[in-house]
Structure formats: C-alpha cells, structure tokens
Design a protein around this ligand. Structure first.
Ligand SMILES: [Mn+2]
Length: 383
C-alpha cells in the first residue's frame, strides 16, 4: 500500500480511540496536555492504591536521541507538571557514541526494561514509537495509556491496532521531542537545562539540525530548548571520543560498499556495533550523485538495515517494505527507514544469503532506473 492510502487508517485509529473526529476536534476540543492529564488521572482512580501516581515511560529498542529526549520531556511533564512519579525504562543497548554521551553527560536516569515490573505502575506511556512496531515491546500486563510519535503507523489488520486512550501521532512532525516540547509549553512547565538538553538533542538528531522533515514546531522546539540547555554539554555530546573499532568498521564498510548508479549498497556481514549500519548509511548519502543508500549488518540474532534517500520525492518507508518483501520488521519516516530481519542462525552462509536477497530486492526496487554500463555486482568505490 502506498503512503497516500495509509493516512485514513491512522485517522480512523485515532478517531476510534478518542471518539471524536481527529481532523476537526482532537481530544474533544481539550488541549492535548489536559486530555493526557485526564487519562492519567482516570488511570490513577482505577489502579491499586500502592501504585497510584507512578507511571512507566517506554520507547523503542536501542533508543536514539529523539526517543531518549522525548522520554526525558515526558518525565519532566509528569513530575513537574502533574506531580506524578516517573520511571523511564529502556530496552536494548545503546551503542552510538553520541547517544552514550547524551546519557552520560545529561545524567539520564534510565532503568533496564528487564528489571521493571509493569504491575508496579498505574500505567504506561510510549514515546517515539507505537505498540505495533517490531522494535518496540509494550508489556501485556501494563495498561498503555498514551502514545507520542511521528512515524507512519505499521500496517495492521483492521481492528488489530491497540486502542490507546491518548494517542498523539503526528506524521508531519520532525521529532517526537518537538511534540513533547509543545506539551511542556502548553502546560507551562519550565524547562530545566537537563530536559532542555535532552529535547534539543532529539530535535537536532531527527531533523539533522532542522534541515529535513522539519516544520515550525520543530524550529521553535530547537531554538527554545537550545537556549535553556548547557552549551558545553551539548558540544560534548556532539563530538564524543570514538573507540578504535569504530575506525576499523568504517574501513570495512568503505571496502565493501558498491555503487549501482544513484544507489549505494553497503552490506557488511557481521558488525561489532549495530550503530555502524545507520552511520554508514548517513555517511554514504553525502556522496555526490548518490540518492539512495541501503546499509546492513548482522548483529546478535538480527540482520539490521538502514535505508536513506535524499531524493526530493523519496519515501524511505514504503521502499523498505518492498526491499524486505515480506521478511522482517521495519519503520520509518520521510527519508529514513530502518529494518530488522531475525536470523535463523548466525552462520556466514545464512547472512550471505540474506544479503544476496536484499541486494536483488534493492536493485529491483531502487536500481531499476540506474545508469547503463554498471556491472551486475555494482562498482567498488575504489574502482
Ligand atoms: Mn523520532
């Protein structure tokens, strides 16, 4: 299905959750933060007394700056704005040096998802993702009360989507942090340097410093949070020291990459750091004449994929769907998409055969109109 035909499904979903036509009157005319407050208060009235006032904030696996920033913003909104207690729990390791620096320098208080019992909370809030995404785990035992996101909702069977009392999914938003920033502004919660810094990193990362997918709210969030953030810390997060193996993988990625006209394929076999995949994709997209990059690598039990385009009308999400052709899970927005295929085993031959299929799929979908005279296997960058 193309994105244009997907939009009504989103509206239907949100509408059914709120009982109001979203396009005209979201949250029954109530400001979003007030509606959220109502939903949380209502959950508080229903829950066991010992968990009253305690909420769990979750995001997608291997959180990026937008995910981390949105969680931090929600923490501030719920604690300072609403007077609740918040636990932010993350799943999967954080590998990217900049993201690690963000956690360390901003001293983000993150709890391991595995160590949390969802029954200890009055309810759950989910940021920068939706429960149907493959890279997101929302425990069945907890009640999902609110979702804040800017990704195209994953395709689900009619009626299969989880109804969330407070669903704020804005497809035209550059960053989830911008959405959360708006809640803080509306609720008149002052930004402290830590929250401001976290939100700023999220907007900066997801919009590439307002250069892609961004609108007026992203711009406001970017400048307002930057003003309130600690500039020294922001600078440290932006240029963290990199481990030696970063350069080793970079060299390997460069030697493996192949160009097929406007498409660069960088399928790296096993990688030491799963973030290498996204980094290679971003790195190659800057090459003149390159409009599409598909990078991939095997890490643990998964084969990880990153698709990027700077083609003006390029939509990475539907393309990722076609490249994956039914295997694996994926998500994305605008010019970025990520995917994941669960590996049957970690044998080299299994990984190679997945890469062969991906290569064929990508060439069929993206390389269709590439230049003549390029060999089937593409061109090495050194050729
Ligand atoms: Mn995001």
């Amino acid at each position: 299905m193309e994105p244009s035909t997907r939009r009504p499904a989103t509206l239907r979903r949100v509408t059914s959750a709120l009982g109001q036509p979203t396009a005209t009157l979201p949250y029954g005319g109530m400001p979003a933060y007030q509606h959220l407050r109502t939903v949380l208060d209502d959950a508080n009235d229903r829950c066991r007394p010992e968990v009253r006032g305690r909420f769990l904030v979750l995001t997608h696996r291997g959180p990026d700056p937008d995910a981390l920033g949105a969680c931090e913003g929600l923490r501030r909104l719920l604690t300072e704005g609403f007077g609740f207690e918040v636990t932010v729990a993350t799943l999967g390791q954080i590998h990217r040096a900049e993201n690690l620096a963000m956690v360390r320098h901003l001293e983000l208080d993150l709890v391991d998802y595995e160590s949390v019992d969802p029954k200890d909370f009055a309810g759950i809030l989910l940021a920068d993702s939706q429960p149907e995404f493959g890279h997101t785990v929302v425990p069945e035992e907890g009640e999902l009360l609110a979702v804040f996101d800017h990704h195209v909702p994953p395709q689900t069977e009619e009626g299969e989507a989880r109804v969330v009392p407070h669903s704020d999914v804005r497809l035209n938003q550059g960053a989830t942090c911008s959405i959360v920033y708006e809640y803080l502004r509306e609720a008149k919660v002052e930004l402290d340097p830590k929250t401001a810094g976290a939100l700023f990193c999220g907007v900066r990362y997801d919009t590439a410093d307002l250069s892609r997918n961004s609108g007026p709210l992203d711009e406001e969030a970017y400048y307002q949070t930057f003003q309130k953030a600690d500039r020294g810390i922001i600078a440290q997060i932006n240029h963290p020291p990199l481990p030696r193996h970063y350069y080793v993988e970079l060299a390997r990625g460069l030697s493996l990459a192949r160009q097929h006209g406007p498409l660069i394929l960088c399928l790296m076999g096993k990688v030491d750091n799963p973030e290498t995949v996204a980094e290679m994709a971003d790195f190659f997209l800057r090459m003149r004449g390159c409009s599409w990059v598909l990078a991939g690598g095997a890490y643990g039990e998964d084969y990880i994929l990153s698709l990027r385009t700077d083609f003006a009308f390029g939509k990475a999400y539907p393309l990722m769907r076609r490249v994956l052709d039914g295997s694996g899970s994926f998500g994305g927005h605008g010019h970025i998409a990520g995917g994941r295929i669960v590996l049957q085993d970690s044998k080299e031959s299994t990984i190679r055969s997945i890469e062969r299929e991906l290569r064929a799929g990508a060439l069929q979908v993206i390389g269709a109109e590439s230049e003549d005279g390029i060999p089937q296997e593409g061109r090495l960058l050194t050729e």
